[in-house]
Design a binder for this molecule. Structure first.
Ligand code: ADP
Length: 392
């Protein structure tokens, strides 16, 4: 559209100044051009226009000359040409006119500063904060990943070490296990021989034969159970958390060491409170290993000394939200100076000892978010207390 001037519209309404232009521009569907600079800034795109300043200057010059006495007819004026083109940035944006299409030497005015020009410092500050924060977060994530990896690796190491330790513990139990296997195997043999003899008879008692076979079956199951327990103890298993009944797991260990204790003439006692929930979240094999190491140590301690009272007691209880296992013995106890170091790796007072048992015990207990402590009992002997958080 080309805008000239509008003072009165078709309906006879009088318009003042550029108000008509403004209203037109508000609803226009095409860009508006004009040659009068005085309308520029009110909805005109721009282009070559008559400069208001130049017109004013020249008019004032003529007036001064007339006032100075010259005749108006003598005052000759050069025609006023278009000034250098200028454009309204807001209108260029509105109509999508690219600045590259404007003729050379064009001036673009009313340009709105970009966010960057307006808030340079604030933007730089926010960007810096985001950058630092991103750095920190990625650093933390990296650290967390590294820690997770280290945790997994240390668990793996623990599982491997614990496995080796179990082998050596089971090695100590060989005699005890052999005894446990021998008993059912011996009964099976006796029963089989008896059955053979009976079959040689004229009229074998079938009822008795049935009983003998049931005995053989029971003894066979007993032997299989010993082998199953041994296998599960020696299984090379990764650390795994399960919901387990601690008293069942501990009772099973008692079965392992019963004969070893008897062979050394040591009385072994076990108590778990009846009807008390002692479920924990843990790795059953590793927790059994804790018990095995503590009991074997207690048996070793008593074997060291000549004493009439040869007892190892394993007592379970529940305190608030913890399951507690106390392993006490009537051995020589622990030298006060050693109480702080017995859990350290390679600390041993035994000639053949490796000093890894208690270190592994503590690592396993702590991996289960539990605690272990050692003390001497008032009437002699050592007492180890393991506390594990109850499941749920
Ligand atoms: P090791 O049995 O190979 O010596 P442990 O880590 O199991 O390794 O035990 C470390 C040391 O702690 C033992 O050598 C012993 O001195 C001491 N200890 C452990 N249990 C007892 C106990 N019940 N009574 C006395 N001392 C014990």
């Amino acid at each position: 559209m080309f805008w000239g001037l509008m003072s009165v519209d078709a309906a006879g309404v009088v318009h003042d100044g550029e108000s008509a232009l403004r209203r037109l521009s508000a609803v226009a569907n095409a860009p508006i051009f004009c040659f009068e600079e005085s309308f520029f800034g009110h909805g005109i795109v721009g282009g070559p226009m008559h400069s208001v300043a130049e017109l004013g200057e020249k008019t004032a010059g003529a007036a001064i000359r007339i006032l100075g006495g010259e005749k108006p007819a003598d005052v000759k004026m050069e025609p006023i040409a278009y000034a250098a083109p200028k454009y309204d940035w807001r209108e260029l944006q509105r109509w999508g006119i690219s600045e590259s299409n404007l003729q050379q030497g064009s001036e673009v005015v009313f340009r709105e500063p970009s966010i960057w020009e307006k808030y340079r410092w604030q933007v730089a500050l926010v960007a810096a904060v985001i950058l630092i924060q991103t750095g920190l977060i990625s650093g933390l994530l990296h650290e967390r990943r590294a820690r997770r990896l280290a945790e997994v690796e240390s668990r793996q190491r623990l599982a491997e070490l614990a496995h080796v330790n179990r082998y050596s513990a089971v090695g100590e139990l060989t005699a005890s296990i052999a005894h446990e296997l021998n008993q059912p195997l011996g009964s099976i043999l006796t029963n089989a021989e008896t059955a053979e003899l009976m079959l040689k008879g004229a009229s074998p008692d079938l009822r008795e034969m049935r009983e003998i076979l049931a005995d053989i079956r029971r003894d066979d199951q007993r032997a299989s159970e010993v082998i199953r327990r041994l296998r599960s103890m020696l299984r090379k298993a990764p650390f795994e958390l399960r919901d387990i009944d601690l008293s069942v797991a501990v009772r099973e260990v008692m079965g392992f060491v019963r004969d070893l204790a008897a062979g050394r003439n040591i009385q072994l006692s076990f108590y778990a409170p009846p009807d008390t929930d002692l479920h924990v979240k843990g790795d059953p094999i590793q927790l059994q290993q804790v018990m095995l190491n503590l009991i074997l140590n207690a048996l070793d301690a008593i074997s060291e000394v000549q004493t009439d009272k040869r007892e190892v007691s394993v007592i379970m209880s529940r305190s608030a939200n913890h399951a507690e296992i106390r392993v006490g013995d009537t051995g020589p106890g622990i030298a006060v100076a050693d109480l702080k170091t017995i859990f350290d790796p390679f600390f041993t007072t035994k000639p053949e000892g490796m000093g890894m048992g208690l270190a592994i015990v503590r690592t396993i207990v702590e991996a289960h978010h539990g605690t272990i402590s050692a003390e001497n009992q008032p009437f002699g002997g050592a007492l180890f207390t393991v506390r594990l958080p109850l499941a749920g």
